[in-house]
Design a protein around this ligand. Structure first.
Ligand SMILES: Nc1ncnc2c1ncn2[C@@H]1O[C@H](COP(=O)(O)OP(=O)(O)OP(=O)(O)O)[C@@H](O)[C@H]1O
Length: 254
């Protein structure tokens, strides 16, 4: 049986409201669990606390109550076993594609030859073979996000935490990035927590969808996505797909 890779128990989080005396309650008694190798998407209305929750899982934020547990250990801060991919790719502007992707490997003390070989594999995997000496400013948004993905995956994290990673991309690039992510996931089977506002994206990518309610957020419904993989784009026109999509939308609009 697959074991739980990441869980959150009874998480509550509040922030002091900027310029006010009061507290903003963002998460309340939130429970969450994801199994090894599972792909779970979190959907929820704007401001319900999705990013805050992901930041708690990543170890960037601390909960006021409850805690996150990764591979049996409490999350006390960021760790290379939990990689984070943001909407805006975080790259070093002064490094070319190759060095951006290789950076983390070098930090782990890998031998130069090995680091270069592994980096070349990842550059190929994300389809940037002809761009390895380009700088981030010379790349499109989609290409930058490919670099960010390769940069995270090269460290072979157990868990990938993705905060609206494709939201800024045009429809075509978004689709090709979704396919790329699925390809890499099928190969390495990381445990993925993925945040999006796009219900179709959630239904095409994930094993399970967690819907959060309004702030203070917590999960109000979980849906095991019933569609077999691979899921072709034509699936979006099927009756079962549109029915599930409209059910999810109705939960989001409550
Ligand atoms: N560091 C912070 N200090 C104060 N308030 C914060 C902080 N981080 C987030 N918030 C507040 O917490 C609430 C939830 O924010 P969060 O970004 O987690 O929501 P979200 O569900 O990811 O939203 P969206 O879908 O719009 O990205 C918001 O009202 C936000 O203003």
């Amino acid at each position: 049986m697959k074991r739980t890779d990441l869980s959150a128990n009874n998480i509550s989080k509040c922030f002091s409201e900027p310029g006010e005396d009061g507290l903003l309650y963002v998460l309340e008694d939130m429970d969450f669990e994801i199994k090894e190798g599972e792909f779970v998407t979190i959907l929820g209305p704007s401001g319900c606390g999705k990013s805050t929750f992901l930041n708690i899982l990543a170890g960037f934020e601390t909960a006021n109550q409850g805690h996150a547990v990764c591979c049996g250990e409490p999350v006390r801060g960021p760790s290379p076993e939990r990689a984070v991919v943001f909407q805006s790719p975080v790259l070093f502007p002064w490094m070319d594609v190759k060095n951006n992707i290789m950076y983390g490997l070098k930090q782990t003390g890998k031998k130069k030859d090995d680091a270069q070989r592994i980096t070349a594999e990842y550059i190929r995997a994300v389809g940037l073979d002809d761009f390895d000496n380009y700088y981030p400013s010379q790349l499109s948004g989609g290409m930058q996000q490919r670099v960010a993905l390769a940069r995270s995956l090269i460290l072979d994290p157990k868990v990938l935490l993705m905060d609206e990673p494709f939201a800024a991309l045009d429809a075509q690039t978004r689709y090709s990035m979704q396919q790329l992510l699925l390809q890499l996931w099928e190969r390495n089977r990381q445990t993925i927590v993925f945040i999006t506002h796009d219900v179709e994206e959630a239904l095409l990518l994930s094993d399970r969808i967690c819907i959060m309610g309004k702030r203070p957020g917590k999960i109000i419904e979980e849906i095991a996505v019933p569609f077999e993989r691979p899921r072709p784009i034509s699936l979006t026109g099927s009756g079962d797909f549109t029915q599930l999509k409209s059910h999810i939308l109705s939960r989001l609009l409550v």
